[in-house]
Write a new protein. Structure first.
Length: 273
């Protein structure tokens, strides 16, 4: 029996890899890709059967690039998982704090660790992701550069941890979505994600959102993103409770779609608990 092919962004030791194992377990064939968009194109081409992407952090909020991608591509959210994120400052063996001039990591890691980093005058260099940053400084072998990433990344790339748990929020958590090619719904699915846009006029969004109150549907989150080719107009990403096989939910979705210019069901899946 062949193993599921599941993609994540980065290299071994990335938080995305941890999320992948959290959701699928160890018995999978993992495929690392360079960019977030590579997950979507790999799903389209059939290189992978599922992909894992970060969509939201409890400290820094939405990861906007991922929201744009799940609207752009024909993929669907089939699950979600959470990863507790602890950031650590690391350098090559023998590196000391006073040696450091530059620090490499993903911009989200810099933002999540800004209270700590504000104490130093290091140059912060944005890089693909945290584990890729750890791999990079290992290959460079330069005591003047450090990285921010997980303890697992430090172990994998034989780096010394110079400061532990430097993230500003000790409950720092990232929500990851599991993407598949097709919409998958079963009786356990209790969370729905949609993206929509409305006419650019007063009350347009209200006419969509009223369907939640009228049908006693609990809305969990709403996020807005600019529409690329129409300045000052927005796509709205909405998460809410329900199963699309339920008659009330199905009828509410039908009514909502009629009040929108663009309406897409992104997924119906089991909410992480």
């Amino acid at each position: 029996m062949s193993l599921l092919r599941v993609g994540f962004q980065g290299v071994k030791g990335a938080f995305g890899e941890e999320a992948l194992y959290n959701y699928f377990g160890e018995e999978v064939h993992t495929i690392a890709v360079k960019n977030f968009e590579d997950i979507c194109t790999s799903l389209e081409s059939g290189t992978i059967e599922y992909g894992v992407l970060p969509i939201e952090n409890s400290s820094t909020g939405a990861i906007s690039d991922v929201y744009d991608l799940i609207n752009k591509y024909e993929c669907h959210i089939v699950g979600e998982t959470h990863v507790k994120v602890n950031h650590n400052l690391m350098g090559i063996k023998g590196c000391k704090m006073e040696d450091i001039e530059e620090v490499y990591s993903h911009p989200q890691a810099f933002e999540q660790s800004k209270n700590y980093l504000n104490n130093y005058k290091w140059k912060l260099v944005p890089y693909y992701n945290t584990a890729k940053s750890a791999e990079y400084i290992m290959k460079q072998g330069n005591k003047k550069i450090a990285a921010i990433g997980s303890k697992k990344a430090a172990q994998l790339y034989n780096l010394d941890i110079l400061a532990s748990n430097i993230n500003s929020n000790n409950t720092n958590t990232t929500r990851f979505i599991i993407l598949g090619k097709k919409l998958m719904v079963n009786e356990d699915c209790n969370k729905i994600s949609v993206v929509l846009s409305t006419e650019h006029k007063a009350g347009a969004l209200y006419h969509v959102l009223k369907h939640f109150a009228e049908n006693n549907i609990n809305m969990l989150k709403i996020e807005s993103r600019p529409r690329g080719n129409t300045p000052w107009e927005y796509n709205f990403y909405i998460d809410f409770e329900g199963n699309i096989n339920n008659d009330i939910i199905r009828k509410a979705l039908e009514k909502m779609s009629k009040d929108c210019h663009h309406f897409k069901i992104l997924g119906n899946y089991k909410q992480f608990n």
